[in-house]
Design a protein around this ligand. Sequence first.
Ligand code: ZN
Length: 182
Amino acid sequence: MLYLQRFILAFSFLVGSSQAFSETFEQAIQKDSFKVEPSSVDLNDMKQALILVVGCVDFRLRDETKKLFRDNLHLLDNYSELNAPGAALAFSHKPWEAFIEENIGLIGRLHKITGVIFLDHMDCGAYRILKGDEVMKTKETERSAHLEEFKKARAKMKEKFPELKVHTLLMHLDGTVENIKE
Ligand SMILES: [Zn+2]
């Protein structure tokens, strides 16, 4: 049943996207160059970001994530973003933990960020693979797994990067985003 729902969702997404764009990705990628409209601020003068977001690689949540940053958190052109499977989960699993840690250190120096947001989401394939089907049995067990990883991430950040603030957000597939504080 779940697979059928996913199929319908994927199908309606495909139909939707073909209506929204006059050409497909395969057509567009053939071009030699593209023109993107830069924001009004001179991008050369911008030296500092406010925050680093560590998010998941899930393709379904690209636009929702952008909306969350822009519309709800008022972040626009002032955050860095890093993606790894499972977000907070990746911060305690090889091989991503070293990748994330080194990047937080580097981006901290380079972009002078003041904090890190770990943005997890429900129905995450990385949680299913790395923590097992048991964890995904109910919404409660799934949510608990995220809280557990958030706790680990906070402890690790406190140890490695005590100067950075840590925020942990859990996105649900209906668009609700929980701000888990501690
Ligand atoms: Zn995920």
